[in-house]
Write a protein that binds this ligand. Structure first.
Ligand code: G3H
Length: 541
């Protein structure tokens, strides 16, 4: 058990940090990737601040990790021009390359990426405060995702390598790229979620402009050479800077064909509206969520608490899939709160590299004040902080607060806290819970905790048209990555999974002919003489 009220010794001195997790001098990054070259940016830079502070004689001091280029619109547009040229109206080397060859490029990249595991994991910890275990998991899961993507594409291509004969028409159907993709990821999974769109976009033959998330930017630096060396010039371009200076110009150019974005729905809408030809823009969006966990009166309470604690608090609640509001039946409210509170007290606060640490500092400036504001609003309107030390804070660290009873007039009832606040709404009538979900602006996932088949079955049916995934006696989550990941209402556009992402970044094209001798002979000759990359019966092993 830890004395969680006491955050006096939360931040380490430099000497407290084990040698292997220390960073050297601040990293001044001026490079960005444009048209197959690492260009040097001579303009202004943005400071990269760590959520970690160091304790010193003059109090806590925030660690400055380095700086990254603040590109302007012209530099961003130059990256776009490189992507447009590499695509070359679909005639470029990359979009016309055989699938097996594109796969080889991605495999080359993956091998180079794996060499950078240690550097990327270390930066994940320092830039976004993700603990060591989860940072390693993020890296490894991303590599697995790339391997699975390659396998899924091989499978897709094998199925397309045959001709189909329907009503006297012979056809071959293949998936071809969409054009130029703009890929932007979120700060909570700056590697994994970004790559779940970036890699499918590339492997399907699109050319890409990629802008890293607002935090978790330097961790892309160790991969720049791997990107440069693994793909033809212009196929992948990596830009840095403020969204309003860079991404807005890209969208306003009308030259983006696919927009892959993980962030807020208002940010996504603002950017989409800038595109002059919205009918030519395909979007894959992962957006806000306020996933509820619903605890029924007949329930395995220990399991519900265990899943709810992980669901609400892994990576300090900074997951789009986190459980962000809990509805608990009055019959089990008190034992639920007691057990939750006891479990929460076992979570260890500390620095990301410390063994067994679960609660870490938050990367967003102003986040602690925001969470504090939500907490004070709830308390002023009648909620109590149930757990000892709940809401204690120091600099960028906020100790989780379990709040109950939460009601509809509190901000935390609707706002997505994206942090370590756990609002509990006691209920007696399930109608209140069903109404919340029906009228919510969000529709990503929810969790039902209960063991009465009639009650669980009724709720499943009430919610299948509201959210993308219903979890029974389990927290909400994206994985396994082969399952569809999507959302309704303001929570998403499109579906991502290993299999679906390949489809998001491509379109089926059909080559068809009347099934008659001269055409059969023509097509056979094209295949036999390997006259076409599209019309082929090659089978990828
Ligand atoms: O931030 C949202 C992520 O997609 C959640 O993924 O459920 O694996 O944490 P996860």
């Amino acid at each position: 058990m830890h004395d969680n009220n006491n955050l006096d010794h939360l931040f380490p001195t430099l000497a407290d940090i084990p040698e292997q997790y220390r960073l050297g001098a601040p990293i001044e990054q001026r490079e960005y990737l444009l048209n197959g070259e690492l260009r040097r940016w001579e303009g202004p830079l943005a400071a990269v601040r760590s959520p970690v502070f160091l304790a010193g004689e003059n109090g806590d001091e925030q660690v400055i990790l380095g700086s990254t280029p603040l590109l302007d619109a012209d530099a961003a547009l130059a990256a776009l021009d490189a992507a447009v040229a590499a695509y070359d109206h679909g005639q470029g080397l990359w979009p016309t390359l055989r699938v097996a060859e594109r796969i080889q490029h991605v495999e080359t990249f993956l091998a180079r990426m794996r060499e950078q595991r240690e550097a990327v994991v270390k930066l994940l910890m320092w830039e976004i405060g993700k603990n060591l275990k989860d940072s390693e998991k993020e890296f490894d899961r991303t590599c697995d995702y790339i391997v699975d993507t390659i396998e899924a594409l091989k499978e897709l291509d094998r199925r397309s390598s045959r001709f189909e004969l329907e009503q006297g028409t012979l056809g071959q159907i293949r998936r071809v790229p969409m054009g130029v993709a703009l890929c932007m990821g979120p700060y909570n999974y700056p590697l994994n979620e970004t790559f779940t769109t970036l890699i499918p976009a590339l492997i399907m033959g699109n050319t890409v402009v990629f802008k890293p998330a607002k935090f978790g930017v330097l961790l892309i630096r160790p991969l720049l050479e791997a990107f440069r060396d693994s793909f033809p010039p212009g196929v992948i371009n990596i830009i840095y800077g403020k969204g309003r200076d860079t991404v807005s110009a890209l969208m306003a150019s009308g030259k983006i064909d696919v927009f892959a974005f993980i962030g807020t729905h208002s940010g996504a809408s603002d950017l989409k509206k800038l595109h002059p030809r919205p009918h030519r823009l395909r979007a894959a969006l992962g957006l806000d969520a306020k996933n509820p966990g619903i605890v029924l009166p007949q329930v395995d309470l220990d399991n519900a608490v265990s899943e709810a604690v992980t669901g609400a608090l892994s990576f300090n609640g900074q997951r789009c899939t986190a459980l962000k509001i809990l509805f608990v039946h009055e019959d089990v409210l008190q034992p639920f709160l007691d057990k939750f509170s006891a479990r929460l007290a076992t979570l260890k606060p500390g620095m990301p590299w410390e063994p067994g640490v679960a609660l870490t500092p938050l990367p967003e400036p102003g986040k602690v004040d925001y969470l504090n504001g939500l907490l004070r609003d709830a308390v002023a309107k009648g909620a109590n902080v149930i757990n000892p030390g709940g809401g204690a804070h120091r600099q960028s660290f906020f100790y989780p607060a379990l709040l109950s009873p939460v009601s509809a007039n509190m901000r935390i009832y609707q706002e997505e806290q994206f942090g370590p606040l756990i609002p509990v709404v006691p209920y007696r009538d399930l109608k209140e819970v069903i109404d919340y979900v029906l009228h919510s602006d969000y529709g990503q996932q929810l969790s039902i905790f209960g063991n009465d088949p009639a009650q669980v079955g009724r709720l499943v049916d009430a919610f299948v048209n509201q959210v993308g995934r219903i979890n029974i006696n389990a927290q909400c989550q994206r994985g396994p990555d082969t399952f569809p990941f999507n959302g309704r209402k303001n929570s998403a556009e499109g579906t991502l999974s290993v299999h679906d992402a390949l489809r998001v970044f491509s379109i089926r094209t059909l080559v068809a002919t009347k099934f008659q001798e001269d055409n059969k002979e023509l097509v056979s000759e094209i295949i036999r003489n390997r006259e076409s990359n599209f019309l082929t019966t090659d089978y990828i092993f």
